[in-house]
Structure formats: C-alpha cells, structure tokens
Write a protein that binds this ligand. Structure first.
Ligand code: C6P
Length: 426
C-alpha cells in the first residue's frame, strides 16, 4: 500500500502555470506565507477556503502598518492621527464601493461579517415591513445564516418562511421560484454561490422576477465575492453581503451593500456612538448614511486589511482568478468523480469554488481525519447548511474548496489522499 504523497514536480508546476495564460500561480503562492509549511510531515495542501481563505503578505503588512503608524479612533478627533485613521477607513469604503460597483460610498456599510449584515437587514428592513401572514422567500440551498435570522423574524411577526426547491444537481428551478413569489412576499433572500454545493445562482434573473412584483432582493455573496466579479448595479439587487475573511482579508470585517434609497428608509440597527446626529433624553436624531448603521468604534484595522485584500485581488485580476479557478474546479471534478465509490453532491452546470463529495462506507469526518494526516485541510460536516444535506439525503459531506493559490498538483494530492482513505477502509 503506497501512502507517500509526492510534492509537485517542476514540470507539474509549469503545467499549473499554463492553466490560464497570464496567471502565474507559483508567483501568487509566494505571496501567502502560511502556505509554505509542512503539516503532519507533508507539504500543507489548504483546501478549506470556503471556511476562510489565507492572507497575502500585503494584507498582513497593511494591518501591521496601520497599528504602527495610523491608529486612532475615527470620526471623532480633531487631531492628526484621528484624521489620518479616518481617511484610511473611508478610503477602504471607496475601494469596496468600486470592487462591487456600488453607485456611492454611502451604500457600503461596514459590519462584523456577512452574518451581521443579514441580521442587520432582518432586524431593520424585515421588522419594518413584515406583518402577520407575510412571507420571506429563501431557497433550499441556504446557509443557516440566511435561514435562522428570517425564522426568528417570522416567529416574532407570525409570518411565513417560504423555501424555493432545487433539482437533483443542486440548481434553483426558476419557474418554481417564480411560482412562490406573491402579494404577501416582503423580501427574497438567497445565496449567490452555495457553500455546500458550489452552485452559482442566476441572481439577475431572480432580481428581475422579484422586482416585477416590487419585492426587494438580498444576496448572500459570502461565497461569491472571492470567485466572481460582483457588480451590484448590474445584478440590481437591493442588498449584497460578504465577509472580508473569505476574500483574503482579515476576520472581524464584512460588508453590507444596500441601495441608498432603501437604506435611507430603514430604521437604525444598533444604537451607540457615531450613528447619531444629536441626542437628548427626549429625542435622538440619526446620522446620515453610512454612519447610521455603524454604531460604536468600528474595526478600523479590519477595513484597512480588507482594502489591501481587494487591492491584491485587483492586481491579480478577478477575471483571471475566476478563469483559473474554473479550470481548477473542472479538473478536480473530473478527477474526483472518476474515483469509484465517490459521489459528488452538487453538480450544477454553473459552479464556483466548491467540490462536495461522499464516499461509500466512509463517514466524511473519517475522510477529513485521514486527509489531515496527509497534510490536506478540507472541511467535513453539514457546512452550516443542514437543510441542503437533508435534500440530498446525507448527514454530511467532505468539502474541498478552492482559492486562487491552489494548484492542479494539489488536486492530484487530494485524489491520492482519497485513494488512501479507500485503502484504509477497503
Ligand atoms: N460559511 C463555510 O465553511 P461569516 O461566518 O459571517 O463570515 O459567513 C457566513 C456565511 C454566509 N453565507 C455563506 C454562503 C457562507 O458559506 C458563510 C460561511 C463557512 O462554509 C463557515 S460556516
């Protein structure tokens, strides 16, 4: 029984470079210090990018530089450092604005994460607009974070959570989705890319259907932002949420995009400093956008790190990333699905970033443990998407998820790792 996992050969590295013209994955890899280590005696193969991605040196350096040179509380001080920190923070907002092509910087709300973004919308827009018997429409492939905040709201308001079905490949069925839109639907909330299946949803088509009935659309972009070009004006969504840590930025910072007119009409989320215009014991008036939704001292260094991450992605080119990752996913899909006894969960025509699979006679946690012994990091379990697991009749899957620094050779290592799992359980 062969257990040795070989490192990529030089000729294999050349092949990886050739995957997409103009995209040099070895050069990209050299920007990520954490990748260059051995785990359990093997070169680390990090394939848990949907959980969190690794950070390039440019991001790490930007955060260090902020604390060494620029740190002060923002929007509050007349002193030099406070003004400089404010400029850094607000310039990060502009970089995010252009990254997702929002019309104005005030449409970018900095939050803790995608999770906070959706809770913000549920607790402000949702509470304002939902009444008894109203409906929220989501899909059967949502992450818990796009289910539970709406369930909480529906319970409180005696409203109904409607769930649009998916087919056996893990794709939304647009006609079924449209059938569920009705005069009681107050908001549609769906993922751009599914974290458990990798399906890319037809957001433009969905927003057109919803808007034809004057229903706003929230898009969970947590798994899309690292992989595809986001243009919120072109998608025409009303809200778009993503987390910094999945797009090579730090944890603790995320983004809620909202159309200015929609955000203007919403009540504030949390009360505290910076979100007010004036306070008396009798009455408080609120600050203008985006500050109305940013109570308290925000994550300044996080915003600076996120800016550096987006600038890094812009330098590499998100189109290059999308094309390269598409080739990588196609290669991985062919290789892994060809292994007897392995079944892919999620085979949509349009996919990004994720390869979920199960194996005959082996629990996904055992797959993960054996792969870890080979230095391969994947995620196993329900991926915070239990309803979609139920839809496919499984408790859990093994999930390899890709980033711009992964290589074909790493896919080959994964394949040999899966074969090793079969040998152990054979
Ligand atoms: N999914 C995964 O391993 P936060 O935790 O707020 O940064 O992101 C939440 C979130 C929202 N939507 C989708 C589609 C997601 O995949 C996630 C996070 C991770 O799949 C951790 S559960």
């Amino acid at each position: 029984m062969s257990t040795a996992i070989k490192l990529p050969s030089d000729s294999a590295k050349v092949a990886a470079r050739d995957l997409v013209a103009g995209f040099d994955v070895e050069r990209v890899r050299s920007d990520f210090p954490i990748l260059h280590q051995r785990v359990n005696g093997h070169q680390l193969v990090y394939l848990d990018n949907a959980a969190t991605s690794q950070k390039p040196k440019a991001v790490i350096d930007a955060i260090v530089r902020y604390y060494e040179h620029d740190n002060a509380n923002i929007h509050r001080g007349v002193h030099y450092l406070s003004q400089r920190a404010t400029e850094e923070f607000e310039s990060a907002r502009k970089v995010v604005q252009s990254f997702i092509n929002a019309a104005e910087p005030r449409e970018i709300i900095f939050v803790r994460s995608a999770t906070e973004a959706i809770n913000l919308v549920a607790q402000t827009y949702g509470r304002q607009h939902l009444g008894i018997g109203d409906e929220v429409l989501i899909t059967a492939m949502e992450h818990h974070y796009n289910i539970v905040p709406w369930q909480l709201l529906c319970e409180e308001k005696q409203a109904k959570l409607q769930v649009a079905p998916i087919n056996d490949r893990g794709e939304l069925i647009p006609a079924e989705f449209e059938r569920l839109l009705n005069s009681r639907t107050r908001i549609v909330a769906l993922g751009h890319v599914s974290n458990a299946l990798g399906t890319i949803n037809p957001i433009k088509q969905i927003t057109a259907m919803a808007h034809a009935r004057n229903i706003p659309v929230l898009v969970d972009g947590a798994q899309a932002a690292p992989h595809v070009r986001i243009d919120v004006q072109q998608l025409d969504c009303d809200f778009y949420a993503f987390s910094g840590h999945k797009i090579y930025g730090p944890t603790g910072i995320g983004v809620l995009y909202g159309k200015a007119a929609v955000l203007e009409a919403m009540p504030p989320y949390q009360g505290g400093g910076d979100m007010i215009s004036s306070v008396t014991f009798e009455k408080t008036t609120y600050n203008k956008l985006p500050h109305k939704f940013e109570a308290g001292t925000p994550d300044m260094s996080g915003a600076v790190g996120l800016r550096a991450a987006i600038e890094y992605l812009n330098r590499v080119g998100i189109e290059n990333v999308a094309e390269y990752e598409h080739e990588l996913l196609t290669y991985a899909t062919q290789k892994v699905s060809a292994i007897p006894g392995v079944r892919l969960i999620g085979t949509a025509k349009e996919k990004a970033g994720v390869l979920s699979f199960i194996m005959d006679g082996v629990h996904p946690h055992d797959i993960g443990t054996i792969l870890d012994q080979e230095g391969i990091a994947i995620r196993t379990g329900h991926h915070c998407a239990q309803p979609v697991m139920q839809r496919f009749g499984v408790d859990a899957t093994a999930r390899a998820s890709f980033a711009l620094y992964n290589t074909k050779e790493e896919v080959d290592v994964l394949v040999r790792g899966i074969q090793k799992v079969q040998e152990v359980f054979g």
